[in-house]
Design a binder for this molecule. Structure first.
Ligand code: SF4
Length: 310
């Protein structure tokens, strides 16, 4: 019988590693696929693919992904994570590769009942349907709790060697990791910034004030303390590295502020197509002063105001 060819979505988290390993144990032909965006990268998947000895395809879908982050059809999870839309988008991408490259099915590390938003029975069925993968989406870790896929029915995959893991405990996954000596996986859900409460708050403010942010805006979101004044963004560096990074990321229309008399944070003020007026600059100066311990005892403080345009 021909060896089945599976494309596995490998984020590099433990569940996706185990799903890949389970299929490798059946001597199937496996390739892995990871997506990267403004909010997560492919680093952990690259490590895992190497350790597992599988070829990894990396797809950057930042722009399409950002569209669903701004406007998710199925809403957000606890923070700014649109997990159902995100899964659908990834699986649609996987489906295109499946059709082009002749894979028999797609597999993921999803576990029934592990994540409240996207891994309940209803959401998993919805994801399968909306991605156009009905019958072609195998979840090896929970397969025995779900309808058999076409690959299982055709005997391309031995269903009896798949698992019936359910729920959030991860006990069974940890036992498998121990058995297979897998110790390179990260903490659960550690890789996606959209699940981080602080980052989500900053992103929400940005989307509200600047509906068309670009990659540079995204990079800035990852550093500094963020404040707003009537649609103008003020970012205060938290250490020397961030101060340098703010200088690097400053655009032509931004303004950089630093105290002249002593060391302190750098502020970047971005107008997002609005003129940077006096009140926003005054607020930025107050914030720089507040976060500069060395400025506390000084009576007079003046600022270097740098405009990268000039
Ligand atoms: S946690 Fe992030 S990467 Fe994972 S499905 Fe949700 S939005 Fe997508």
């Amino acid at each position: 019988m021909k060896k089945a060819k599976a494309l596995v979505l490998l984020s590099g988290g433990l569940d996706s590693i185990l799903a890949t390993k389970l299929l490798l144990e059946q001597k199937l032909k496996i390739e892995a696929l990871v997506f990267k965006s403004y909010f997560f990268d492919s680093g952990q998947a690259e490590v895992s693919a190497k350790k597992l000895g599988v070829k990894l395809r990396i797809t950057d879908f930042s722009e399409k992904h950002f569209e669903i982050v701004k406007n998710p059809e199925y809403g957000y999870g606890k923070n700014m994570n649109p997990c159902i839309d995100c899964h659908i988008l990834m699986l649609k991408g996987a489906k295109e590769i499946m059709a082009k490259r002749g894979f028999d099915f797609i597999a993921t590390g999803e576990v029934l009942g592990e994540r409240p938003m996207s891994q309940n029975r209803q959401a998993m069925a919805l994801i399968e349907k909306q991605s156009g993968l009905k019958g072609y989406l195998l979840r090896p870790l929970s397969a025995k709790l779900l309808e058999p896929t076409i690959a299982e029915e055709k005997g391309l995959v031995d269903r009896s060697r798949l698992l019936a893991i359910r729920g959030r405990s991860r006990k069974e996954q940890m036992a498998l990791a121990k058995k297979w000596k897998i110790n390179w996986f990260p903490a659960p859900a550690g890789g996606c910034l959209l699940t981080d409460i602080q980052f989500s708050k900053k992103l929400k403010d940005l989307i509200k004030n600047a509906p068309c942010p670009d990659i540079n805006d995204m990079r800035l979101l990852k550093i500094g303390r963020h404040f707003w004044h009537e649609g103008r963004e003020i970012i205060i560096g938290r250490d020397h590295q961030e101060n340098l990074r703010l200088r690097e990321l400053a655009g032509k229309k931004d303004i950089l502020l630093e105290i002249k008399e002593c060391a302190g944070p750098t502020a970047l003020v971005r107008g997002h197509k609005r003129e940077i007026k006096g009140a926003a600059l005054q607020k930025a100066k107050r914030l720089v002063k507040f976060y500069a311990p060395k400025a506390k005892g000084l009576e007079e403080i003046s600022f270097n105001v740098l405009s990268p345009e000039s």
